[in-house]
Every structure is written in C-alpha cells, then in structure tokens.
Design a protein. Structure first.
Length: 293
C-alpha cells in the first residue's frame, strides 16, 4: 500500500495503482476503504467495469480467492490480524454460508456441521484476541441479530471501536436495536445514517422500509422495499459468477440503474459510459451488435 500511495502522490492518474489498491482492500475485507478507493478510481477516470461491482458490493462482497490469498500473505506475515481474520472469513464465505442470499442474515446462519463450527470457533478466537476488528465484530453482530438477541447486539455495539462510526453496517445494527424497542424515529435516523455512509446498503433499505411502514409512510416504504429487492437480486447474481470480471453488460446496466436510484447519478452515468464502450468494442453476434442504453 505504501509504495502504491507514493506512486499516486507522484502521478494521481496511475490507473494500475488505483486498481491494485482496490483489489487489496477488497481481498482483505477492508470494506469502507474499498468503497473509498473505488470512488477515487472512478473520479480519476481509471475505472473498469468491475470497479462498480467492488463499489456496489463493498459491504458484502467476499472474493472467491479471499481465503487462499490471505493465507499466503499470512505465511509471509505471521501474526497479522488483517490477513488472519480475512482468511477465516473467506473460508466461511466460500463454504456456502453466503451463497443462498435472501438477505444479509443468511451470512450469519452458518451450518451445524462440525467443520463449519470449527471455522467459526477460529474466528471467535481471533476476535477475542482482536476485539476491535470490524469484520469479525460485524460477523458476530449479524449472528446475534439473526438470533434476535438484542442484549448481545447491544453489548457488541458498545464494544465497537471509533472506526465503526464510519461503517454503515454498525449504524444498521444500531437501527435494528431501536426498532426492536419501537423507537421508530431513532431507528429511522440510524438507517438514514447507514445509507448516507453507504448508499447501496440494500439490507438497510429493506429494514428501513419496515420502519417507514410503521410510521405510516407507505409510499416511501414501497420505494425502499423495491430498491432493496433489486439490490439483493444483483447481489445474488454477482455471487453466482466466477469472478467480478465476469459480470455481464446486461447486469452492468442493472447496476447503473440501481446506483442511479440510490441517488448516485454521477457514478451511474460513468458506468453507462463504460457499458457503451464495452458494447462498441464487442464483436457483433449473428451480424448484429448488442444494443445498450
């Protein structure tokens, strides 16, 4: 990271450096840094189509080689908290715990198998050693929320480090606690903060729709529920692909529409430009070129 940032200090337009940083933050599950770097990459004009997948999925995307890459780096850097926890999270995700995505809760339901439990035990041991690790903390917060354990969610939130204030997931958990207490205004405000930090948080949209309905705002509840369904559908599509680079132009169009409806019209337009370039560069099939908006 240090030499890449030095390169960018000298030449802010170094696309290779931006793309390498994006991959590094994504593979090590530094989720808000991934989102920030993708935005910087897009702003400077160094974006690739997959840059937008990294951005839209920053708070849930776990790459297929997360475990293997982090284990290799851990071997070269024994004792690294970052690589150790990312490797175990990658192992959990790649064993099917996040493949049947109906919503974010599916990531924490896990498996009753002895092997799956041993992986989670390793993560729990690492979390005990590094209680300020945001990725491990978010994992166990989600498990507690899935179990409906308000007391445990509250306890874990109280232990969160200051960095959690800049991570949408923790505002989402806070909002859920308020919701269970029928503190509707506080819950709504916390969901809004989560979406301010990360506008593509489909889970926050889904849960906030429930709060809006309770507040009597049916139109806004319906809008959020529809947007959440689209975001979760895109998540499912992306997770079924072999790599982020395999995302189809048609899916990219859907992503651009979702991003625009989340309020990020400038980023959406840049993605549309990329899709047009992909279409113009693609060889015609059956004598006719693909048509994209």
């Amino acid at each position: 990271v240090q030499p890449l940032e030095r390169i960018l200090a000298i030449n802010p337009g170094s696309c290779d450096a931006h793309q390498r940083l994006t991959f590094y933050y994504a593979i090590t599950l530094q989720r808000m840094k991934t989102a920030a770097e993708t935005r910087r990459t897009i702003e400077i004009g160094c974006d690739l189509p997959e840059t937008y997948v990294y951005l839209m999925g920053a708070d849930w995307l776990t790459l297929a080689n997360t475990e293997s890459v982090n284990l290799r780096w851990l071997g070269e850097n024994p004792g690294s908290e970052l690589f150790a926890i990312a490797a175990v999270r990658g192992e959990l995700a790649n064993r099917g715990l996040e493949d049947s995505i109906e919503d974010e809760e599916a990531a924490a339901k896990g498996s009753t198998s002895e092997l799956a439990q041993s992986r989670e035990d390793r993560l729990r041991a690492l979390f005990a050693e590094h209680p300020g690790n945001l990725e491990a903390l978010a994992y166990f917060l989600q498990k507690a929320q899935t179990a409906g354990d308000v007391e445990e969610v509250t306890r874990l939130l109280a232990s969160a480090p200051p960095a959690a204030l800049d991570d949408n997931r923790f505002w989402r958990f806070k909002a859920w606690v308020h919701g269970t207490r029928d503190e509707l205004a506080e819950a709504d405000a916390a969901y809004l903060k989560a979406r301010e930090l990360f506008p593509f948080d489909a889970v926050a949209m889904h849960e906030q729709a429930v709060i809006q309905r309770k507040l009597g705002n049916e139109a806004e509840a319906a809008r959020l529920a529809d947007l959440a369904d689209r975001g979760r559908g895109l998540r499912r599509t992306i997770l079924q692909q072999p790599s982020v680079q395999a995302t189809s132009p048609a899916t990219m169009v859907e992503i651009s529409e979702f991003i625009a409806d989340c309020g990020e019209t400038g980023i959406a337009e840049k993605l549309r430009d990329r899709v047009r370039l992909m279409a113009s560069a693609a060889p015609p099939a059956g004598g006719e070129g693909a048509v994209f908006p």
